[in-house]
Design a protein around this ligand. Sequence first.
Ligand SMILES: *Cc1c(COP(=O)(O)O)cnc(C)c1O
Length: 485
Amino acid sequence: MGRFFVSGATTQDSKPVTYISTRGEAASLTFEDVLLAGLARDGGLYVPETWPTLAPDTIASFAGKPFAEVAAEVMAPFVGSSIDKPTLLAMAREAYGRFGHPAVTPLVQIDRNRWVLELFHGPTLAFKDVAMQLLARLMDHALAKRSRRATIVGATSGDTGGAAIEAFRSSKRVDVVILFPDGRVSDVQRRMMTTPTEANVHAVAVKGTFDDCQALVKAMFNDHAFRDRMSLSGVNSINWARIVAQVTYYFVAAVALGAPHRAVTFAVPTGNFGDILAGWVAKRMGLPIARLVIASNENDILPRAHATGVYEMRSVVETSSPSMDIQISSNFERYLFEASGRDAGFIRGAMGALVQGRRFELGPCAGRFKDEFGAVSASEADVADAIRRAKAGSGYLLDPHTACGLVALERTTTQAGDPGIVLSTAHPAKFPDAMERITGERPPLPPRLSSLLVDRERFPVLENDLAAVKGFVEDAVRAAAAGAQ
Ligand SMILES: *Cc1c(COP(=O)(O)O)cnc(C)c1O
């Protein structure tokens, strides 16, 4: 596979990149179409028709480069001719200029051979900002080309909603409506959604649970007339552009610790399998990764599937790491497609069985899944113990999601001398109640967020009622369109 660009502004060998559905029955699309479409029409997820690779000298050249430049180089072969490289670089500079650390995702050493990759320096203190900030700029660009607007509706149990509202608050073409379960997100999480004052972003409390919010969003998408009239779009974790944007920090971190000359191990707190899939993509592109370890909390569907070869849903249990309290890891479908040798028939069968009987057998994928990943489930006691030990040992404060990652890394045998990196997906101040229970102290918010707890909030509270929510979305979109004239 050739390089898609040579250097600088030379883009004549940039080609359109084609995406295909994991279920094999939807039309192929370009990067920008996939960006706006989300799910494929056959219910599948889009993946690139061929995987680009980066030569070892290209990987080595990332050493010391600004994060935004590495992002543009890693993403360009997935974007192809949809966006020229200087424009892509400008978007990345703008997106990552909003981060509170000059390295964007700094590495912090916590032990002789262990590092924490801090992904929480964005505006909402969780790793979702890394992808969402860029996604907002990519979507604005694609919509401007088509002279269109779009409406993002989503449900959040905490982190995604804030990241989406922060990312799109400066958008000129996108309206955002995020539903959250009234009284069931933390104060910090709610305030991140309800204090932005721009007219195009809306957080809505629904009198119900997260599942109720999700059902409302699904019902809006399933009403095709409403979906078309409102130009509905999604930014949930199956959006391909989010995955691609997460590949960057695997390269940045590994190169800082000696790649491509030395292989590193990553332990990744996992819910929807998005972040760890990005690690698998980095490896597929040529980054030498010794081991990719799935870190789960007590919601252990992936470690169970890893051990038994059967993917079987159980009910969700509440833990101190709520962003991983998930039973269906949507992006796992993308990995299964690859592990099965791109067998769309196998995927259709497996996903059908999951809907019908809440389980399917990994079958031909089981062996490869075992070889390519490690998988560890951390109990609540493990998490508390890891947080206390890290604090006592190095003075470093892990959040409960990151603590699952450290437990997973500690239980993985690595070659002596190989560096191990834990992805830190959230700042501990985002989960003050859990941290106080475990350490006795509430971690303070970083100074740049000091006004968050006093800023005025703005949000309606709606009944768990589809007509009421649809009415709100229509009014919001009409008002924004009038304002944009
Ligand atoms: C979303 C989230 C995760 C899980 O990421 P996936 O990409 O869904 O696997 C882990 N930690 C935090 C803090 C999150 O917000």
